[in-house]
Design a protein around this ligand. Structure first.
Ligand code: SF4
Length: 232
């Protein structure tokens, strides 16, 4: 596993749990609003942390930590992911997986084996504008759709989430997303934040009020909808 970041303690990444977060390099999408672009475009150029070091720290924090969040990049690109997760689970920790949904097979296998406890899957945009928001024109959304359908029918805890960008998303897109994920347990709109590591600089975010209005558009379709990442 190419581990490029390790946040020893977070209360934000794994809802309701004190967790560590592991960042893996590489991604098969090119979202213009990606704020980990160096991990996506040049993972080999980023410093790495050994698995040994990560497990040493997790062991030291046994009894304090409740879970581990595995994020990226896109974690499901790694063939060694199931084994890596099993090692974490064997320590008695819960595992949350962040994914872009492009690998439904790994997702299904991990859930079937009981290897993961929570999934956060990105919904980048409405079906019609998916390619725009992942930087891949004419993108075939079938695998993303398969992951959505699978999570909707699964007993695992999960959330869907969208990073909301003025240049990409309109109220109509949220109606479309709501219909696509109809019946979902939880959906969150995340405020876009500029940073030095944005893949395509020059994008902008909506105000808190605008995000709330978009969340209200999705609410009729899902059990819970909310906003994240913007101050009150
Ligand atoms: S936002 Fe996520 S899915 Fe998109 S390029 Fe970045 S790491 Fe990949």
């Amino acid at each position: 596993m190419e581990i490029h970041g390790f946040n020893k303690t977070t209360l934000l990444d794994y809802p309701g749990h004190l967790a560590s977060t592991i960042f893996l390099g590489g991604c098969n999408f090119r979202c213009p609003f990606c704020h980990n672009s160096s991990l996506v475009l040049n993972p080999a150029g980023q410093p790495t942390i050994s698995e040994e070091e990560v497990f040493k720290t997790l062991n030291k924090r046994k009894g304090v930590l409740e879970g581990v969040c595995i994020t990226g990049g896109e974690p499901t690109l790694y063939s060694g992911l199931p084994q890596f997760i099993d090692e974490i689970k064997n320590m008695g920790l819960k595992v949350k997986l962040d994914t872009n949904g492009q690998n439904p097979k790994i997702l299904k296998d991990l859930i079937a084996k009981g290897s993961i406890d929570y999934v956060a899957m990105d919904i980048k945009n409405s079906k019609e504008k998916y390619g725009l928001s992942i930087g891949i024109p004419n993108f075939d959304i079938s695998k993303v759709s398969e992951s959505i359908s699978f999570l909707l029918s699964s007993a695992i805890d999960y959330e869907f989430r969208t990073t909301v960008v003025k240049e990409h998303h309109t109220a109509e897109d949220f109606i479309s997303i709501g219909k696509w994920i109809e019946g979902a347990k939880a959906y969150y709109l995340q405020a876009y934040r500029d940073s030095d590591d944005i893949l395509s600089p020059g994008l902008s975010g909506y105000s808190k009020e605008e995000l709330i209005s978009f969340a209200n558009v999705v609410k009729p379709y899902v059990i819970e909808a909310g906003i994240r990442g913007i101050e009150s």
